[in-house]
Write a protein that binds this ligand. Structure first.
Ligand SMILES: [Zn+2]
Length: 448
């Protein structure tokens, strides 16, 4: 047997290494099969329903729509079989893929968030490992390069009771502000250096032009907050009104709504229209290309990309007060200011709906905003049949120092449906600050 020469040995050893290095080739442009006009960012399969009639109309106008779901929607019941948990999530993913395909939407992604049944956006963000989820949503924005993002409204309202919905709106808003920033998640932007590249993703920064929201909540704060689209026009491609396309698409969500969908199929068209014929109402978030608050979503949008625009925090809003609601309410005050979204709808008095008999939790921050040490006392009042549990009522605080406090109120099992809990901070018989929480009691609903 002939022994290979040293030169051959060296080349045999080195070749695999050279083979791993990427040869310079002309860079390909971003994959246009993924380019979106609208990226819908939502939490669960079926969340698209709130805007699906509008999406169907846009598809008739040759707009490209893509959807990102933060979870598979694996919590909850299954009306079709025994599958639960992760398996139910797989079923729901299939249901919504079929549903969206009927509208003409094929590019659909599911991220790794777990379905988190609570009203508290902070619990959903914690469950989803906020930073990881943000990296994923920023990636989806850079991959799909949307002109416009539509997402759930990040806000706490009676009628919008899912923390996951709100959390998807928080992440989509952050991604709107961060995806164009080349300093954010730079590994996504670095070009591949190896043939088998696993870490550097070769994306480009992308700045969407507009962001709009939608919500399950209704009422005064939402009036004239964005464009409205009627759904009774007939789709030229399907020869059906848009509300009916939305209703037909919804009929795939059988694990969640089997009884309702089976009943709906037996209703007369006029009755179906009564259930489904409402307009789609959007809420204007922000725009880098002008356009009016209630004008068309694509007003001002042209094919030319826009430069990255760092979000300038709003200067509106009070400085720290002696008494503030903390938890999700306090978070949204900061969030709206930091993302310059102070025109978004806001409840006149902070509010929540919970189940009769539940213990209401009110997280507060007590703060010494003065220039000398203070002893601040906290007083809480609630409707007569509601029971305020013992809480820390006295705080000795240095100037600028703050303390968290949790007030818990046991609500009655029946007799009242609404009430207001008021909290007051005082020092030396002087009121330093007050907050109120409007509470609606009802049957069912998610835990706080
Ligand atoms: Zn949902």
């Amino acid at each position: 047997m002939k022994i290979p020469s040293t030169a051959l040995l060296v080349s045999l050893l080195v070749m695999p290494l050279f083979a791993q290095v990427l040869k310079p080739t002309p860079a390909l442009p971003p994959d246009n099969r993924l380019k979106a006009d609208i990226l819908l960012v939502v939490a669960h399969p079926d969340d698209e329903t709130g805007v699906s009639a509008y999406l169907a109309k846009l598809i008739d106008q040759h707009k490209r729509i893509e959807v990102v779901y933060l979870t598979h929607g694996e919590a909850g019941h299954n009306n079709m079989g025994p599958e639960r948990g992760t398996s139910l999530g797989a079923v729901r993913e299939t249901e919504v893929r079929h549903s969206l395909a009927t509208l003409g939407i094929d590019n659909v992604w599911f991220l790794d968030g777990r379905d988190t049944p609570s009203q508290n956006v902070l619990q959903s963000l914690g469950q989803w490992h906020h930073g990881l989820a943000l990296e994923e949503v920023v990636r989806m924005v850079r991959l799909t390069r949307p002109e416009v993002i539509i997402t759930w409204l990040p806000g706490f309202f009676i009628g919008e009771n899912h923390g996951d919905h709100q959390a998807s709106g928080v992440l989509a808003t952050e991604a709107f502000d961060f995806a164009g920033d080349p300093a954010i998640f730079p590994a996504q932007l670095a070009a591949a250096t190896k043939i088998n590249e696993l870490l550097l993703e070769g994306l480009q920064p992308w700045q969407p032009k507009k962001i709009y929201y939608f919500s399950d909540a209704q009422g005064d704060p939402f009036k004239d907050s964005g464009p409205t689209y009627i759904t009774t026009e007939v789709s030229p491609s399907h020869n059906l009104p848009y509300w009916q396309l939305a209703m037909n698409a919804f009929s795939f969500h059988l694990t969640q709504y089997r009884n309702y969908i089976e009943g709906l199929a037996k209703k007369k068209p006029e009755e179906q229209k009564g259930d489904w014929g409402d307009p789609v109402e959007l809420i204007f978030g922000k725009s880098l290309v002008g356009g009016s608050r209630t004008g068309d979503v694509f007003e001002g949008v042209t094919p030319a990309p826009v430069a990255f625009a760092r979000a300038i925090p709003s200067t509106e809003g009070p400085a720290h007060a002696a008494l503030e609601l903390a938890g999700p309410w306090g978070f949204y005050d900061v969030f709206r200011r930091e993302h310059n979204l102070t025109t978004l709808p806001k409840a006149a008095v902070p509010e929540i709906a919970i189940t009769h008999g539940q213990t209401l939790q009110i997280p507060l921050t007590v703060r010494n905003t003065g220039s000398t040490a203070q002893t601040i006392t906290l007083a809480v009042t609630a409707p007569p049949t509601w029971t305020v549990q013992d809480f820390t009522a006295s705080f000795s605080l240095a100037p600028g120092e703050s303390s968290p406090v949790l007030v818990q109120v046991v609500t009655p099992a029946t007799d009242t449906n609404t009430g207001e809990v008021k909290c007051r901070a005082e020092s030396n018989h002087q009121t330093l600050g007050e907050v109120a929480l409007h509470v609606k009691l009802r049957a069912g609903g998610l835990p706080q």
